[in-house]
Design a protein. Sequence first.
Length: 366
Amino acid sequence: MRTAFAAVALSLLCAAPAPASAQTNLKVRTSCAAQPRCYTTIVGALEAAEADTSGRWVTIEVGAGNFREKPTIRRARTRLIGRGVGRTRLHFDAVAEHSAHYDRGRWGTAGSATLTVAADEVLVSGMTIENDFDYLANDALADGDPRKISNSQAVAVTLDTASDRVLFDRVAILGYQDTLFTRGKRAIVRNSLIAGNVDFIFGNGMLLIEHSEVRTRRRGAATDGEPFASFVTAPSTNQQQPIGIVIYRSRLTRERGVADGSVALGRPWHPTTVFPDGRYADPAAVGQAVFIDCHMDAHIHRDGWASMPGTARDGTKTAIFRPQDSRFAEIRSRGPGARRRDIGIAWQAALEIAEVRKAMFELKFK
């Protein structure tokens, strides 16, 4: 049965609890004692949820505490509910360099995620989800230092290819490089904090971030002489897909140490892909990122958007993809970082928020 995404999102947030006969309730606690249906790990509770094949909602209530785990939500109709971002913390420190074995495709970036969502109809709320790999210490090491990890992507949340109709509400998603990876279908993040520095909201999924704080974090290395120290988004949206990354009525803020004019709103990511005639950057990944009614602090660069290198047909990283050829837009930006210089972006088809919602909510997938 197909359910309108709008109705699903509304019911996840606002509906009264279903009667006991219509749902399953599990608990996660640092200590269970003799409590029934209680687990000391989130992974354990999710495994128990997968064993429930009733099709009913399963609600997993996660108590206060720090949970060092690396769970995946695979069961449709799962709620993962914490006690609040300051009380319930899910964290892990995997990094792409050493995480290929976690991913079915042997890709370290996806494998590094602290939390992976690979299911339809999922709600996550009331918790902090963090990848606490020590990015700053690694970034501060000189190039050529044998201790330095080159593939330093460390994802906090991956919305995997099987994910759809996912809602994150009142969460903190924390990392540095590649914090939030959207490569599934539709997802909403609202009333939340997303923090990172390099390409920290990225991927080809349809993602709406609203009424949230998008916080740029400092770098560990000096970036003097570089036009940009950090990039908020790196969409790889397929050119046939109507919606990419949309950030609506949110605040773009910064940590202390992030300089004025040092951060781009985004850059176009064309992932290296295997084709019949070779392995090179996907030309169809014409990324879309749109900021609507957002407040921007002074760390946002006047150019707004940046170029990004990709893999050329000869295997070198010499293919340059420009924002002028991408689907980037701002609508009614305000604040000290809202002044923008015209860099010649040709795309003029940005949707207003009502059109974005309509496109996302009414879209059907086979």
